[in-house]
Ligand binder design. Structure first.
Ligand code: SF4
Length: 610
């Protein structure tokens, strides 16, 4: 579906949506299929344009920013130089196309009905109603909307985004997807600046730069013909570039491809959600070969110490507690002799009362429903999972509920890699979900202390691609700053309430990461005030000094190397052989956030050399 607001259907593609779908297809898979078909159609449209040497420009803005007025002035000014044509998109009426035709220029009106954006199918249909031979520039005036049009490739070569001075100068910050996509930003109606005191063009440009977008910004007024020459000069330059490209048999390449490095650039992510989006969207295959996307320490289940998993099993088996845990912890194997119980799932099968939960609220409910029984919540997670645990402690926890905590902070693992002197990556994509809690600025040290480009990204592919582009551009230009490509959710300072609860209830301590060792200040522990809810203090220590490989990885397992981004999952010697999701050997093949499981689920079946 549209990555931004979820809309998708237009009069141009609804015939695809209402075709019979494969048995078992979900709404999401059908809508994803629509977007893929849109991209195919867009590529086809671009071929049409390139074959004829046409430069196609997609004009986007909110309603009333002056797109049609800009076109009217441009078409008149350039009429002796170029042959132009226009596609107009509106929910209703032929008004804008008639205004263009009144200037003696070919125009086709697309009436979208309820659809808030154009798509490639609509544009393709329009092209069949137009005489394209001899056209130099095709302007596509998209539906007035600052959200969805940026998500749909129409086959254009360039995006031009208009921002009128009657709108807020912070629009680029509020609508980052739209303004990140802009190849040029036009500040329109600037003649009104004299009577407006609440729009600062410098601020608008600064907001655009904050999105790591280097696009030119032109301040103009179409009606008063102010500074229009800069816009015309830009159009001439872009058409010349397009004709040169076409002469060489090339088409316009996506921005990331156009950067071009003559060496491998490694971009580390530290979030299982990022890795899942990258793998399932096929981003590795879509990006140039010189970019390596490296999965790093992004799976809290994978780094939960083996001896803590063993302890959790014993609490359920020996101390007869009700043990509750997030589902992906249940199949993590521990090191025991063949034939012995080796995971929480096997302990459950052996009669222990172990219950999977989806949230701390479930743990609370189970404790309240079983007041006569001790309940232990085995909580393994990063900041986002630990914050709700802190909230439960702060707001009052049932007396029979205790916490076996394996909470971890993400940034110290990255700091450890950077301090090692051989970090193994050139740029960092920082986790957006952690930043929503802790604030994006927590990652500033990557840039400030290590001069490594960094960008915060959300789970969506648009946000991820924006973060890749940002860090690559920083590497290219030598600039260094922490970019935030998830501004709509990750705000400075994070979530103050969640942070306060974390500070009230938990201490930050040195912590053990499975297979890696102690990382300073990387773990959470319950404060002494909550000792009577700390399962580590309440129950006997079941660690067994005779247990072989206690605390270690299983034989042959390279999970620690995978977690640190030192090797790729399929470089593990037993990936897909002894270790599969059905028979996992290491934790990275168990959790939905484990890189090995994600790669396997993403169809990676080829084992690679380390
Ligand atoms: S394939 Fe299995 S054993 Fe190897 S690193 Fe991945 S999870 Fe660990």
């Amino acid at each position: 579906m549209c990555d931004t607001c979820g809309c998708n259907l237009t009069p141009g593609n609804k015939h695809l949506a209402f075709k019979p779908v494969a048995k078992g297809a979900t709404a999401v898979s059908v809508l994803k299929g629509l977007l893929a078909k849109n991209d195919d159609q867009a590529a086809h449209n671009r071929e049409h344009f390139d074959k004829r040497g046409i430069l196609a420009i997609n004009l986007m803005s909110s309603p009333g920013s002056g797109k049609t007025a800009l076109l009217e002035a441009t078409l008149v000014a350039l009429k002796d130089e170029f042959t132009c044509a226009v596609i107009e998109g509106d929910l209703e009426t032929e008004n804008d196309a008639e205004r263009i035709r009144a200037k003696g220029v070919q125009a086709h009106q697309i009436v979208t009905g309820t659809a808030c954006h154009l798509d490639a199918h609509l544009v393709h249909d329009a092209l069949h109603h137009m005489a394209l031979d001899g056209v130099d520039i095709l302007f596509i005036e998209n539906v007035g909307n600052l959200v969805c049009p940026a998500s749909f490739d129409l086959g254009q070569h360039l995006n031009v985004t208009l921002l009128s001075v009657t709108e807020g100068d912070d629009k680029p910050a509020k609508y980052p997807v739209m303004f990140r996509a802009a190849d040029a930003m036009l500040l329109t109606k600037t003649d009104l600046l004299a009577v407006l005191d609440d729009f600062d063009p410098d601020k608008a440009e600064a907001h655009l730069r904050n999105l790591a977008n280097p696009a030119p910004v032109m301040r103009l007024s179409a009606r008063k013909e102010l500074n229009m020459e800069a816009w015309y000069a830009w159009l001439r330059e872009q058409l010349a570039t397009q004709l040169a490209r076409v002469a060489q048999g090339q088409s316009r390449r996506p921005k990331i491809h156009a950067l071009e490095f003559d060496r491998t650039v490694k971009i580390l992510n530290v979030c299982g959600g990022h890795e899942r989006s990258i793998t399932h969207a096929g981003l590795r295959g879509a990006l140039p070969k010189w970019i390596e996307l490296v999965p790093g320490p992004g799976c809290p289940v994978c780094v939960c110490p083996e001896e803590v998993v063993y302890q959790a099993m014993q609490l359920a088996l020996q101390d007869r507690c009700i043990l509750v845990a997030f589902g992906d912890m249940l199949r993590v194997p521990v090191n025991v002799k063949k034939g012995e119980v080796r995971s929480l799932a096997e302990a459950q099968a052996a009669g222990a009362d172990i219950r999977p939960i989806a949230s701390p609220l479930d743990a609370r409910k189970i404790a309240l429903d079983n007041p006569e029984r001790p309940v232990v919540f085995f909580a393994a997670g990063f900041e986002t999972t630990t914050a709700p645990v802190a909230a439960m402690l702060a707001e009052g926890i049932p007396t029979n509920l205790s916490i076996l905590l394996s909470g971890r902070l993400t940034w110290p693992a990255v700091a450890m890699l950077l301090d090692s002197g051989t970090p193994g990556f050139d740029a960092l994509v920082a986790p957006g979900h952690v930043s929503t809690i802790m604030g994006p600025e927590e990652w500033s040290f990557v840039v400030d202390r290590h001069e490594i480009p960094a960008a915060v990204a959300g789970f969506g592919t648009e946000s991820l691609l924006a973060s890749f582009y940002s860090v690559l551009r920083q590497l290219k230009t030598g600039e260094r700053f922490l970019d935030n490509c998830y501004r709509e959710v990750a705000h400075p300072g994070g979530n103050p309430t969640a942070r306060r609860m974390l500070e009230q209830t938990l201490d930050v301590v040195d912590a053990n990461w499975r297979g890696i060792g102690i990382i300073p200040n990387s773990g959470y522990a319950l404060k002494p005030a909550f000792a009577k809810h700390d399962a580590l203090l309440l129950y006997p220590d079941h660690s067994d000094p005779t247990r072989r490989r206690a605390g270690e990885m299983p034989p042959g397992c390279d999970c620690a190397q995978v977690v640190l981004g030192k090797i790729y999952p399929n470089q593990c010697r037993i990936y897909g052989l002894a270790c599969t999701p059905r028979n996992p050997v290491g934790p990275c093949m168990v959790s939905d956030e484990g890189a090995c499981r994600i790669w396997w689920a993403g169809g990676v079946r080829v084992v690679a050399d380390a």
